[in-house]
Ligand binder design. Sequence first.
Ligand SMILES: [Ca+2]
Ligand SMILES: [Ca+2]
Ligand SMILES: [Ca+2]
Length: 164
Amino acid sequence: MRRGPNDCNENQIPDECDIQVAFGGFCEGTTYPPCDTDYDGNGVPDHCETCGDFVGMATTYPYDGPDGTVDVYDYWYIHEGIGYCDPHSKYLEHILADMDGDGCITFVDYQNWIMCYRMANGKDFVVPKAKLLPKVKPTLWVASVASRGRFRDRLITGRRPRQT
Ligand SMILES: [Ca+2]
Ligand SMILES: [Ca+2]
Ligand SMILES: [Ca+2]
């Protein structure tokens, strides 16, 4: 969402002065607020840009709407749709993940999402391992759903998922 031509967050400070020196701006600092990041290098402070937020906490169709955060649930969303093209139902269910609008959900879209995650969270996305289980062995499906539930519980309680 852009507001003024050069003051997207309407704080009476030009955007380039909101952006950290490390990202090509003039803000002498490394934390937000006040010094914002600009991971995609477009000269717009990242907190003025919202992308990569597809769902809240739903992990299957029908999805809930964007919840204002770019997190692991949005990852599951794009993950479910990757490899599908218009008019496949999987594509249509995950159409928000077609970030470059080329009619397919591809690795390019995933890379775009990774950038959005960085912009929203100020750090790189770490791919969770829980959902990789079904690909290893279909019989592990039940176990993977259970572990996904645990993963979600941990997110809800704010505890860090255990790194394996
Ligand atoms: Ca930017
Ligand atoms: Ca979200
Ligand atoms: Ca695409």
